[in-house]
Ligand binder design. Structure first.
Ligand code: ZN
Length: 384
């Protein structure tokens, strides 16, 4: 009999969400998943810390306890073991790194035909996004079981997937997970680069909030205090990690619990707003421009951490503390780490505003031309 998983507090005051690990007679139907409710995803963390099979047993019990009897499963290679104990599966599909929106549509049709009562996905970001979109298409609740914590989009209602093979990924509206299960044994063994990227994604939160303030000052948007609080709390949770070199020895069950809390808070800030505004500003636009122009040179969170150097400078803030933190974290902090030249960086800066039209950030305020963009890049990296 697996031990009961624990719920983590993710509200602004850290109050626990609905307790998990015991049966909820209402099932999942009452849990809202639309934007506007910061409590839209229930969060559970495994009691198991080292045995993945034990965590798999907890997941199976959790699904039954939440009224899921006929799940359609979507698994990546690393997620299969976690789904091994799930009972009553009516069908399933594998989702590799090349998965597309077409696979999501096919999965939605298959799940509906099989009479599934939920989509349950275990894997990395791409796998979860396939299931997120498939669940939206099939009109079914979605349960996410991430095998990596490399970004803060796990609890968001947005899927980032290419329409077809060889296309650039695009953000499409999907559904937020009704339930997220974090397996500590799985996440502790996930690639170090994924953990680093997850922290890198959170580094940008204070900058995103500054951008939001700029939009409010320009009379374009209103600030949502609760979303701001969640976003800044998420950053505050990982900030202490950045003060010394981050190594594989730092990836402990307690760090994973902190990251779960931080990434969940950041995700909930976005769900509360229905957009990524509280955790995505100029630095995200710069990362998207790298994706569009150069096909992506690192994980999303790593590129965002890197791009935060430029956003920090554009905001008129001192950049060396952040640079030191990126060095400690062990992620890209110079264009050469992403194989980008001065000219490439200028192109990136000129392209960045168009990656998300309508979102006012310090990039739009600066309205850089080619000469100014080159001067900015040289200011941040005089040796480029
Ligand atoms: Zn991000």
């Amino acid at each position: 009999m697996p031990r009961a998983s624990s719920a983590v507090g993710v509200g602004p005051d850290d109050s626990p969400v609905v307790p998990l690990g015991r049966r909820d007679p209402r099932g999942l139907a009452h849990v809202p998943s639309r934007a506007g409710s910061p409590a839209s995803s229930r969060i559970a963390v495994s009691a198991a810390v080292s045995d993945e099979d034990e965590a798999a047993g907890e997941l199976a019990s959790l699904l039954v306890g939440n009224g899921i009897r006929r799940p359609f499963v979507v698994a990546s290679e690393y997620g299969r073991r976690l789904l091994g104990a799930v009972a009553g599966t009516v069908g399933g599909t594998g989702a590799a790194s090349g998965a597309t929106q077409a696979l999501a549509r096919a999965s939605a049709r298959a799940a509906r035909r099989a009479g599934a009562d939920a989509l349950v996905a275990a894997g990395g970001g791409r796998c979860l996004d396939v299931a997120k979109l498939a669940a939206a298409g099939a009109g079914l609740p979605f349960v996410a079981v991430p095998t990596q914590l490399s970004h803060d989009g796990i609890c968001s209602p947005v899927a980032v997937l290419p329409a077809a093979a060889r296309c650039v990924s695009e953000s499409v509206e999907a559904v937020a997970p009704r339930l997220v299960f974090f397996s500590i044994p799985t996440l502790v063994r996930s690639p170090l680069s994924a953990v680093r990227a997850g922290i890198g994604d959170l580094i940008s939160n204070p900058l995103a909030l500054r951008d939001w303030e700029l939009a409010a000052e320009a009379g374009l948007e209103h600030i949502h205090l609760e979303a701001c609080q969640l976003s800044i709390q998420a950053y505050g949770l990982v900030e202490p990690v950045l003060d010394r070199p981050f190594t594989a020895d730092d990836v402990t069950p307690s760090l994973i619990r902190v990251m779960v809390k931080a990434l969940t808070k950041s995700g909930l800030a976005m769900t509360a707003m229905g957009t990524s505004r509280p955790a995505s500003g100029a630095e995200h636009k710069i990362s998207h421009a790298i994706d569009e122009l150069f096909g992506g040179r690192a994980r999303h969170g790593e590129q965002v951490g890197f791009a935060s150097l430029l956003a920090t400078t554009l905001h008129g803030l001192e950049v060396d503390d952040l640079r030191k933190r990126l060095v400690n974290l062990g992620i890209a902090h110079h264009p050469r780490h992403l194989l980008l030249s001065l000219d490439d960086m200028v192109q990136v800066l000129l392209r960045a505003p168009a990656t998300r039209p309508g979102r006012f950030t310090v990039l739009e305020k600066a309205a850089l031309d080619e000469v100014e963009a080159a001067a900015l890049v040289r200011w941040v990296w005089p040796d480029l």
